[in-house]
Each structure stands twice: as structure tokens, then as C-alpha cells.
Design a protein around this ligand. Structure first.
Ligand code: B4P
Length: 194
């Protein structure tokens, strides 16, 4: 079972690329953002709690996120590969993921693909999506800026975590969707053929 993390700032294309890559390689795509949005739509207790953070552009607390993530992961034990889209987003979550994989004897994180991109482009992409997506966290410039600030404050440190642990590969996330997919594909092919 191969474990591939996609991480980077909001709007860097994690969700877009996770979908394309999982289809190409026959992997399962796990998105914590999608899990939260589903819970919000179904108005579960978890959804209502998550919405409080999401509406302000803040990360949902680690414990809530990790519990939800674990439950979803357990539905996919034994698949060919997993693409983690948006988890881990803090060093605490990265440590939790290592423990979760160890407890289940699932191996270790093979690749941590870090999407590198300028903040101005993120604002452009998210504002554009906000016009059609109906996502409350995309439709207000202040919330978009909060999400980017939250990224710099809490998620950027994940780069250092995987630099130490191994498996970190920086991906240039500017350029067309197809170009970024090609870059990712090259890295993943190298890893799967190794
Ligand atoms: P997510 O759903 O993970 O989403 P995201 O950060 O908005 O976007 P992503 O990087 O996936 O960008 P996308 O491909 O969609 O998170 C939403 C919220 O959930 C978080 O803010 C947080 O509150 C909460 N959450 C999720 N995980 C959490 C965790 N682990 N811990 C705590 N809280 C958590 O692309 C964006 C736009 O750009 C799209 O419109 C796309 O079409 C466009 N685009 C993509 N690639 C492009 C390219 N190459 N060129 C031009 N446009 C491109």
C-alpha cells in the first residue's frame, strides 16, 4: 500500500490534482476538506463544529480532524494506494498519521508532495472559484486571506517535518492543471517503479 500526501496552501490545487492522480494510478483519494463539507451539508454534530472554524478560514481542531480521518482511513485498508489530500495540515497531525499507520502496520508515508506557489495566485484562484462554487470560505476576501495566514502559521512547518523524516518532494504548483499533473505523475512513477 502506497501512501502519498499532497500538502500546500489553500487553492494550490491539492483537490484538483488528487482527483486526477488517483484516477490515473487507481488510488483512493481521501480529502479532509470534502469530509468536512459532507458533514456540514448533512448537518451532523461534527459538521456544525467544523463549520465554526471553516467559516472563519481557520483550521478545524486537530483532535476532531484526526478522529474523522481515522474513521475514513479504516474503510480503505488493503487498497493499492492512498492519496491524502489536505491531511496532515499541522505537525501534530503529521505525528498522528505516523502513529496511525504504525498501529495498523500499514508502512510509512512514501511521498510528501509539497505544492509551492505564490500567495497572489492563490487569492486569484480562490476568488474565481468563489463566484461559482457556493463555498462560503471562497466567497469572502478576508476569509481567503485568513486561510492563507493560517497556512503560514500552522501548515508550513509540515515541510520541515518531512524534510527530517524523508519523502519530501517540492512540486511547482504554478502553471496549467495538466502541467502540474505531469510533474506529479513523474515523481509518483519514479517512486512506484523504485
Ligand atoms: P480543502 O477542501 O482541503 O481545500 P482547499 O485548501 O480550499 O483547496 P485545494 O488546495 O484543494 O485547491 P483546489 O484543488 O480545490 O480545505 C477546506 C477547509 O477545510 C480548510 O480551510 C479547513 O478549514 C478545513 N480542513 C481541511 N483539512 C483540514 C485538516 N487536515 N485540519 C484542519 N482543518 C482542515 O483548487 C482551488 C481552485 O484553483 C479551483 O477552482 C481549481 O479549479 C483552481 N486550480 C487548481 N489548479 C489550478 C491550476 N494549475 N491553474 C489554474 N487554476 C487551478
Amino acid at each position: 500500500m502506497i501512501h502519498i500526501i499532497l500538502f500546500g496552501p489553500p487553492g494550490s490545487g491539492k483537490g484538483t490534482q488528487a482527483q486526477r492522480i488517483s484516477e490515473k494510478f487507481g488510488f483512493i483519494h481521501l480529502s479532509t476538506g470534502e469530509m468536512f463539507r459532507k458533514n456540514v451539508a448533512e448537518q451532523t454534530a461534527l459538521g456544525m463544529l467544523a463549520q465554526l472554524s471553516m467559516d472563519q478560514g481557520l483550521l478545524v481542531p486537530d483532535e476532531v480532524t484526526t478522529d474523522m480521518f481515522k474513521e475514513e482511513l479504516d474503510k480503505h485498508i488493503g487498497v493499492k494506494g492512498l492519496i491524502y489530500d489536505g491531511y496532515p495540515r499541522t505537525v501534530n497531525q503529521a505525528e498522528a498519521l505516523d502513529d496511525i499507520l504504525k498501529e495498523r502496520s500499514l508502512g510509512r508515508v512514501d511521498l510528501a508532495l509539497f505544492f509551492s506557489i505564490k500567495d497572489e495566485i492563490l487569492i486569484e484562484r480562490l476568488s474565481k472559484r468563489g463566484k461559482t462554487s457556493g463555498r462560503s470560505d471562497d466567497s469572502d476576501l478576508q476569509i481567503i486571506c485568513n486561510r492563507i495566514a493560517e497556512y503560514h502559521k500552522k501548515t508550513e512547518a509540515v515541510v520541515g517535518y518531512y524534510k527530517k523524516k524523508g519523502g519530501l518532494v517540492k512540486i511547482e504548483a504554478e502553471g496549467s492543471i495538466t502541467e502540474v499533473t505531469r510533474r506529479l505523475q513523474d515523481v509518483i512513477l519514479k517512486q512506484t517503479e523504485a
